[in-house]
Design a protein around this ligand. Sequence first.
Ligand code: NAP
Length: 342
Amino acid sequence: MRQIWIPRSGPPEVLELREAPDPEPRAGELRIRVEAAGVNFADIMGRLGIYPDLPPLPVVVGYEAAGRVDAVGPEVDAGWQGRDVLVLTRFGGYSDVLCVPERQVVVRPEGMSAEQGAALPVNYLTAYQLVWVMGGLRPGETMLVHSAGGGVGIAAIQLAKHLGARVIGTASEGKHDFLKGLGVDHCIDYRREDFEVRVKELTRGAGVELILDAVGGDSFKKSYRALAATGRLGMFGMSAAATGKRKSWLALLKAAAATPWLSFTPLALMNANKGVFGVNLGHLWGEIERVRGWLDALVDLYREGVARPVVDRTFPFEAAAEAHHYIQDRKNVGKVLLAPGP
Ligand SMILES: NC(=O)c1ccc[n+]([C@@H]2O[C@H](COP(=O)([O-])OP(=O)(O)OC[C@H]3O[C@@H](n4cnc5c(N)ncnc54)[C@H](OP(=O)(O)O)[C@@H]3O)[C@@H](O)[C@H]2O)c1
């Protein structure tokens, strides 16, 4: 098999393609020939050396993929053989052969390509947990989503619009037309405009009921202030700490210093009638049955035409570094994937 390794932290060019013997599925596992693997921002933070959950280096990152089952381990129904599937994987996803426990594998519905399959798990599970499970968004409410043109952002927009909510998105300007096409009501170019001020203008001073914020640092403070009474802030990342192509202690310190460690106190929350919550999908492996239920629900939403992954670009394994550059250069509109090729 071929895998993309992070041998040491550094710029995208540290990514290294290596070969190894194909793994054999163990009891309860399926082996998948991968056709597409998802790239997530967490992989970039892992490469930069600022992702707290990263296993020791060298490591193969990657949380999701899609392909075809080519072998099953003991205690697994032989009927899986040859099925087209999508999978969630706990690291190791940048690989053209994967062995994964059966409960992390879902049959792809008719018409879902391997690319769409690999684009669905992480982005849509995160959005599902943020918007529906914990954010409790209701029809007629307004949601503000940061990095609206990214993988999680687009998934959240689709789920919110399906509910009949109003959506405000922040994104680099070049993505605004596309986002409006997805039904986003107002786009904010956060690099030119102060999103807190714009949100207040757009809501006539009221603020919004749900905010999804993975930018972090100062953005958490401003998002909290942009909440309406009864509003909820979902915090799920810290992109602000990943400013360059190499680890920057200065960026880390700035993001940490700007984080409102002491602002959301019980009294402050009670008196403001606001809620804050956190999401980290990578810390739900202990609840995999529940997460699996959400994934099944999302595949049903795909069948209904609600969850429609937007794949921006697929890079060959050999060009994994370019894929990381593409995201860090803020060029992606939707999901970036890696494909092992023929
Ligand atoms: N907690 C969880 O379980 C979980 C799961 C998935 C993702 N996440 C987090 O959610 C965020 C989005 O993840 P994603 O995988 O969907 O990625 P993504 O949104 O596709 O990420 C790339 C986009 O983020 C925006 N961005 C904001 N700050 C950036 C920075 N410092 N460097 C580069 N781009 C930046 C850029 O778009 P614009 O300039 O257009 O805004 C860029 O195109 C990340 O922070 C990620 O860590 C968390």
